[in-house]
Design a protein around this ligand. Structure first.
Ligand SMILES: Cc1cc2nc3c(=O)[nH]c(=O)nc-3n(C[C@H](O)[C@H](O)[C@H](O)COP(=O)(O)OP(=O)(O)OC[C@H]3O[C@@H](n4cnc5c(N)ncnc54)[C@H](O)[C@@H]3O)c2cc1C
Length: 580
């Protein structure tokens, strides 16, 4: 193709040239010149130098790069093209570039190689020993327009940076360049995937984040058992009427799953890869790197990793800490606050062949109190006739002076005759697992260049199966703030943590419901009998609709009612559960 007619006007500067390939220029984005001091650290390394970009880029990404020509203009002695550079290691596009070259005086073989477009320009010039000098002309800040965002696989509007430069060959300006770098999302997991994890009963409200991630079909067609409701068993062995979520709100989002965590987490991990993240398991974050020691001001600059090949440091603009109870950043800055009144422990394992009730079109999570009400059990039927069974009680009661955890578990099963009946004839499948003191909050959800999500932010208690929902929802809300922060170029705590007050306000109601459960006075059926208009809001909370405006009114009545119940004798004929 020959230059377009107006090429003389269009190509007189690099942005004019850019317009020849990005028509209109808004497709490239909104472009402003910046100084070196405005460049974030990683861009500084990549752009503010007078070395050749191919070499710098390959060293930075630890991979050779391939070139893919997106468009070109040819004249007898001039050649211009728009090309993408992608890493050979994983095919990820890491640079969008435009170059214009004066071919006069270049050896015929060099001209041929440039025009074939199979080798990055830098490599051709270096091999031909023609690369003499690179002159940095300007640095650019670009809010990625639709086409650039597509090319670099970033959300539209993400702030990226680029440079224009020229290459002098034998002292003569021969090549002009506009090079724009894009960054990827790196996700690292220290375990080998798939890995086991506790937390198998989901809350229905997780639906909306699954929908956003595009995994609803994968879940629907997976072998995961469909969870259609919850059921409570009190200390006298009385089973409540099952509470089916669909009866409250007849919509697909009212049903969820009992998942096998190895497969569920692997599916999310693979989905992240499909959506463009670079995902590595068996890669441990040894530390998050900061430019200071004060959580209020320290900026996260990257992470130090241990991979199978040794240690590696990665610089990054934002670090999202999703390390669960390891809580890397919260521990580093002593941000964790343990919930003193919820010093619980749990012991659990899986059984095959235990009782299974699929009335209502799926399985239910059962919450069963022991006879003395010192503990409660979860009973989570999964696929393949397997049930997850766990006991939760005060840490000191459950783990101290009880012998081995196996003994404590068996004693508590004996203390819960309904469960004993359910497990009759079943076979224990795996070793016991134990967790303790898992309830805490963090004082600060975000800082400069860092943000906490999921258990790394906080965890309340397993009783209402809220953990995975909190992890998914907080990550969902935080990711929007990260995109917004990248788009604005403002990576402050305020911007990255803008989601946290709303989220904390929602979780406050779940926390209060957990406290109600452990108060020993929460007779749900009786409360709803006295306050029938609260049945809906209470149900909302059980399915995870914690941002509902009805919550303050619910607790304005529930809190004093619980105090009243503390001194009220039990009548023995109270309704167990009447929601929906
Ligand atoms: C006894 C008990 C029962 C529970 N039952 C339920 C339930 O039924 N339903 C429910 O929804 N929730 C339940 N939960 C809560 C649930 O387990 C968690 O809330 C949920 O898994 C949190 O997800 P997350 O992604 O934040 O953290 P995690 O799922 O813990 O994931 C964190 C990941 O980070 C990795 N990691 C840690 N440190 C590093 C590092 N340095 N470098 C790299 N990777 C690292 C870990 O290997 C892990 O894979 C339960 C919790 C407990 C304690």
């Amino acid at each position: 193709m020959i230059y377009p007619e107006k090429s003389g006007e269009r190509l007189h500067d690099m942005l004019g040239l850019a317009q020849a390939f990005f028509e209109p220029l808004a497709e490239l984005g909104s472009i402003t010149p910046v100084g070196e001091s405005d460049l974030p650290g990683d861009y500084l390394t990549l752009l503010a130098h007078s070395g050749h970009m191919t070499i710098t880029l390959e060293a930075w990404h630890e991979s050779l790069v391939n070139v893919h020509v997106e468009g070109e203009f040819r004249e007898p002695d001039r050649y211009a093209r728009h090309s993408l550079l992608s890493r050979q290691s994983d095919g990820r596009v890491v640079q969008s570039g435009i170059m214009r070259i004066d071919l006069t005086g270049l050896p015929a073989e060099v001209r041929r190689q440039i025009e074939v477009g199979e080798t990055p320009l830098g490599r051709i010039l270096i091999r031909a020993e023609l690369l003499r000098e690179v002159e940095l002309l300007a640095l650019w800040r670009i809010a990625a327009g639709p086409r650039l965002a597509r090319e670099l696989d970033l959300p539209q509007g993400t702030i990226v940076h680029g440079r224009s430069a020229r290459i002098l060959v034998e002292g003569r300006p021969a090549v002009e360049l506009l090079e724009i770098e894009g960054f990827s999302t790196l996700l690292v997991e220290r375990e080998r995937m798939p890995r086991h994890h506790v937390g198998e009963s989901l809350m229905p409200e997780t639906y909306w984040t699954f929908e956003k991630l595009g995994v609803l079909d994968k879940l629907t067609t997976s072998r995961c058992a469909k969870k259609v409701g919850v059921q409570f068993v009190n200390s006298t062995g009385q089973e409540s009427k099952p509470f089916f979520f669909r009866n409250h709100y007849d919509h697909a989002s009212s049903e969820t799953w009992h998942v096998e965590r190895p497969e569920f987490d692997q599916m999310l991990f693979d989905n992240a890869t499909e959506l463009g993240a670079e995902c590595h398991d068996q890669t441990r974050v040894l530390e998050v790197l900061f430019d200071g020691d004060d959580a209020a001001t320290a900026r996260a600059t990257g992470v130090r990793l241990r991979t199978a090949d040794g240690e590696r440091t990665i610089t990054s603009r934002v670090v999202i800490d999703a390390t669960g109870q390891s809580s890397l950043i919260a521990n580093r800055f002593a941000l964790k606050e343990m919930n003193g009144h919820l010093r619980k422990a749990a012991i659990w394992r899986h059984y095959r062949g235990a009782k299974r009730d699929e009335s209502g079109g799926g399985v239910k999570t059962l919450i069963m109190h022991t006879q003395d009400e010192k503990c409660w059990f979860w009973y989570i039927p999964q696929s393949n006739d397997i049930v997850s069974v766990g006991v939760v009680g005060d840490n000191d009661y459950l783990l101290k002076g009880r012998g081995a955890p196996e003994d404590a578990l068996n004693q508590e099963i004996a203390n819960c005759p309904v469960l004993g009946g359910y497990l009759e004839g079943s076979e224990a499948l795996d070793d016991l697992a134990v967790a303790k003191e898992f309830s805490y909050t963090t004082k600060q959800a975000a800082g400069a260049g860092w943000v906490l999500v999921g258990d790394a932010w906080g965890f309340i208690d397993p009783v209402y199966s809220s953990g995975v929902y909190f992890a998914m929802k907080s990550a969902d809300m935080a990711s929007e703030c990260v995109v917004d922060a990248l788009q604005s170029g403002d990576l402050s705590a305020e911007r990255l943590g803008a989601w946290a007050p709303t989220f904390a306000e929602g979780t406050k109601w779940v926390r209060k419901l957990v406290n109600s459960f452990y108060s020993g006075n929460f007779r749900v059926g009786k409360f709803v009998q006295e306050y029938p208009h609260h049945a809906g809001p209470l149900t909302d909370l059980l399915v995870g609709k914690m941002f509902s405006p009805d919550m303050p009114a619910l607790f304005a009545d529930l809190d004093p009612w619980l105090e009243k119940m503390a001194s009220a004798p039990r009548t023995g004929d109270e309704p167990m559960m009447a929601l929906g």
